[in-house]
Design a protein around this ligand. Structure first.
Ligand code: HSC
Length: 699
């Protein structure tokens, strides 16, 4: 007997219980255990029926994603084969689904003859988020039960449905209070009557209305025109469930799955999946997170209001402090508008919205925050203003409360000193729009106490953010890496490219928006102020000259109708005036413009990001390459299916990347200087991926 699957007897019923923490993924050992249990049940004449169930919060999270791309162990059936064996069992198989049944986990249940779900069960096909499709019969079995519409919805959105909805669409046969107990009783009945219900492959109810089925396929196909291949292949397979015999449909599904699993898009998405999970491991992760129910918020600008709205929606109380009745009213209106949006989107019921609003209080003075367990200072990027408020908070707050300072480019370690209690301070960077972007970078200094980090991380998770722990430093990690991209882009403009060429090349790579469109949207003022500060501090840096000329000409971006582009009634257009300014800049620098192709644009921009990321890693500001990828994916619109800038660098290879950087260096030697970490890894014959596996160290 394999330890990951327990075989127990209950009269004539053999119960096979999957017990493979943390999520009951269907790796080789579990599949072997299930196959063994199934064979034992078939061979034993005293067994009349079988129950499939699991322990823990998940029935099963599906196939073990770590096994993809590795050779299958000999003698262990693959998941498709295992599902076929379950379905072909002469003895009835009843699946008892408690918790989540995802992907291959749901396919296992679909191969059973009866499915019972507990009231809190959730069922779904998240494969599409990994660039895959259900590859163990799901695309052929589910439509036979539910028709094309529900099957396509689950497979194309990747979102699980709760038990009652699964019942309504015909995905499960009943929702019962204790799924395992009921399954055993039902299996005993089936065993007594020697009955095996119709296997899913022979069920027809979902296929009967062929015209409707085809219409649903057609309408789903219209939405699959994007960059990723999986959605189109899902639609093909679901269509095949109607048109082809079951076994031929399985062959088609298998081929599509193997194609997708071998493709670069799925590789990138799987990498992103693991990177986002690995960020949960950091030196302070096991420290005690203080319970938080009342959060103080200083400032209700765009970021502050977004944080307030998210906290209120998550059931927390918020005490906001804003100086002046005008700014306070404006801030409260922002919070209300965000709660309205949440209600309109169905994320809050009208009652929940009213309750959320009632949990918000406001005051003009910081002393109102004395009772807060955690305070978030969300004032504009003005060091003197922030330092003065943080100093007062340091005096007002009880010992043990956590002080969070939101930063864009300011160094949270420096700001922490202003409180007089730096151990309690954590920096926080949220990307705009803060109500939507998932990233929460936590800037931790050598003085920060672990409980403060754990408390803020837990709070961020509660409001739906992905907390990534980084070292406290100016710009933290994300802004620094993005600044390198912008510098590389600016240098390309000086050499001959236009803003629209750069944007098009990066959008073609998969960025939602190129850097100049993004700058126009965010406004040019903030980046300009940062350059001014850097220049005053004796760190002038490369690039930025055109941006300075634009700001000087009052072109502040979309808000003023003009920035890198013209924004008027005719949309966003290239502006000859900007190209003229660029010409002047090149002449002043004595640069003869050259034609630059899209490949070179991408290579330079991504090379600059990867090199900066390697510097950040070498400085110990990020724990792992995957953390940097997670930051860029969750906060900065880096295309998820590309895996992130470090994934890009790993694919390109460090030697090739180093040669690229050396080639670019003459124009801006300090900027393109190869990160010492890249040289070290090359010398030690190691790879970036090796650093993802190293244990995290504190400090
Ligand atoms: C699939 O099923 C494909 C099949 O259709 C076909 C296969 C056919 C093959 C044919 C061959 C030719 N695998 O998220 P958490 C790890 S594709 C491996 O923090 P939670 C995770 O990395 C799969 N590992 O927990 C972490 O590990 P760490 C479709 C998996 O309670 C730990 O488990 N399924 C894993 O917050 C805890 O994870 C999915 O995409 C997996 N499938 O959430 C489901 N799933 O501690 C993905 C998790 O070492 N999983 N891990 O860092 C989830 O959505 C969430 O994990 C849950 C639990 C909601 C299940």
């Amino acid at each position: 007997m394999t330890a990951t699957v327990r075989q127990t007897r209950n009269g004539a019923v053999m119960v096979l219980t999957i017990d493979s923490p943390p999520v009951n993924a269907l790796g080789a050992a579990v599949r072997a255990g299930l196959a063994e249990g199934l064979a034992a049940a078939q061979a034993d004449p005293s067994v009349g029926a079988i129950v499939l169930c699991a322990v823990g919060a998940n029935f099963s999270a599906g196939a073990d994603i770590r096994e993809f791309g590795r050779p299958a162990p000999r003698g262990v059936p693959g998941l498709p084969e295992l599902c076929n064996r379950i379905e072909a069992s002469g003895k009835a198989v009843v699946a008892a689904i408690e918790g989540t049944a995802l992907g291959g986990g749901l396919e296992l249940a679909l191969a059973a003859h009866v499915r019972l779900a507990g009231p809190r069960a959730r069922l779904g096909f998240p494969e599409v988020a990994l660039g895959l499709l259900p590859g163990a019969g799901g695309t052929q079995r589910m439509p036979r039960l539910t028709g094309a519409g529900p099957a396509l919805r689950l497979m194309l959105t990747g979102k699980p449905v709760p038990a009652q909805e699964a019942l309504a669409i015909g995905l499960v046969d009943a929702v019962v209070e204790d799924a395992e107990q009921t399954a055993v009783a039902l299996a005993a009945d089936l065993a007594a009557g020697r009955k095996t219900p119709v296997p899913t492959r022979d069920r027809q109810e979902g296929l009967r209305d062929a015209a409707r089925y085809q219409a649903e396929v057609l309408s789903a196909r219209a939405g699959t025109a994007g960059r990723l291949p999986a959605p189109g292949r899902i639609v093909d397979c679901v269509e095949a469930a109607l048109l082809l015999p079951f076994d031929r449909g399985l062959v088609l599904e298998r081929a599509a799955f193997e194609d997708l699993a071998a493709g670069p898009e799925s590789a990138g998405l799987r990498r992103a999946f693991f990177a986002e999970r690995r960020v949960a491991v950091f030196p302070e992760a096991d420290a005690r997170a203080n319970p938080v129910s009342l959060v103080g918020l200083v400032g209700l600008g765009a970021t502050g209001a977004a944080i307030a709205a998210l906290l209120l929606q998550a059931g927390l109380r918020v005490a906001a402090v804003v100086k002046g009745s005008g700014p306070l009213d404006a801030g409260l209106r922002r919070v209300s508008a965000l709660l309205d949006q949440a209600e309109a989107a169905g994320r809050l019921s009208p009652e929940a919205r009213a309750q959320a609003q009632a949990r918000l209080s406001s005051a003009p003075e910081l002393t109102a925050l004395a009772g807060c367990e955690l305070v978030i200072e969300a004032l504009p990027e003005d060091e003197a203003l922030k330092a003065s408020v943080l100093g007062k908070l340091g005096q007002i707050l009880r010992p043990g409360s956590v002080i969070t300072t939101t930063v864009s480019w300011l160094d949270p370690a420096r700001l922490a000193l202003a409180t007089g209690r730096p151990a309690d301070v954590v920096g926080l960077h949220l990307c705009p729009p803060a109500e939507r972007m998932r990233l929460a970078e936590l800037g931790v200094s050598s003085q920060t106490r672990p409980e403060a980090v754990a408390t803020l991380a837990a709070l961020m998770r509660r409001i739906g953010k992905l907390p990534v722990r980084v070292g406290a430093a100016a710009g933290l990690v994300g802004n620094r890496v993005m600044a390198a991209l912008r510098t590389a882009a600016d240098l390309l403009l000086e050499e001959g490219a236009s803003p629209s060429q750069v944007d098009a090349a990066l959008q073609d790579f998969g960025f939602a928006m190129g850097p100049y469109r993004a700058l126009d949207l965010a406004g040019l003022k903030r980046a300009w102020a940062h350059r001014q500060r850097e220049s005053r501090a004796g760190r002038p840096g490369y690039g930025g000259d055109l941006a300075d000329m634009l700001v000087g000409a009052g072109r502040l971006g979309q808000v003023t109708g003009r920035g890198y582009y013209l924004h008027d009634g005719q949309g966003v257009r290239e502006d000859p005036e900007v190209l003229g300014l660029l010409g002047e800049l090149r002449s002043a620098k004595g640069i003869a413009p050259r034609r630059i192709g899209s490949d070179e644009i991408r290579l330079r921009c991504l090379g600059a990001m990867a090199n900066e990321a390697a510097k950040v890693l070498g400085e110990g500001l990020a724990q792992r390459p995957g953390d940097i990828d997670a930051i860029l994916l969750a906060g900065y619109g880096f295309p998820r299916w590309r895996g992130g800038p470090m994934a890009w660098a790993a694919d390109r290879g460090l030697l090739v990347l180093r040669a690229d950087l050396r080639r670019f260096a003459p124009q801006a030697p300090e900027f393109w200087a190869v990160a010492p970490l890249i040289d070290d890894l090359i010398r030690e014959e190691r790879h970036l991926d090796d650093l993802d596996m190293r244990p995290v160290s504190s400090g």
